[in-house]
Design a protein around this ligand. Structure first.
Ligand SMILES: [Zn+2]
Length: 119
């Protein structure tokens, strides 16, 4: 593995190009310079769970989604030995989990905005 002239691992750089700097989980647009640094590299199967740091196992995610996805393993307990799960299958499961966690933040966000308005 090599880093490019900008200090990016080459496979990470390729993921940003492949995923067009858009969060694969929520569609956050990192093509705007001010947003761009909010992007990160997610390991679809977490590295903790022996997910590879390879182009096939990484995806561009905004920091929020990456944080909310956390150590979620899209293979599930039963699927860990199922090697036929495709990248698309795994991404879909990871997306579902991340969307649910993102939605759980909404009440706190609404409460916070309400307090700001009321002060
Ligand atoms: Zn996102």
């Amino acid at each position: 593995m090599k880093k490019n002239e900008f200090g990016y691992w080459e496979h990470h750089w390729k993921a940003y190009i492949r995923d067009k700097c858009i969060c694969v989980y929520c569609g956050f647009d990192g093509t705007i310079f001010e947003n761009w640094r909010q992007l990160s590299i997610d390991h679809i199967i977490p590295e903790k769970e022996d997910g590879e740091d390879s182009l096939n196992n990484i995806a561009v995610a905004c920091r929020r989604c990456n944080d909310n996805k956390g150590d979620f393993d899209p293979r599930g307990k039963a699927g860990k030995l199922n090697l036929s799960l495709t990248r698309e299958n795994l991404l879909a499961k990871a997306k579902e989990s991340t969307e649910q966690k993102n939605e759980k933040e909404l009440p706190a966000f609404k409460a916070m905005m309400k307090e700001i308005k009321e002060q």
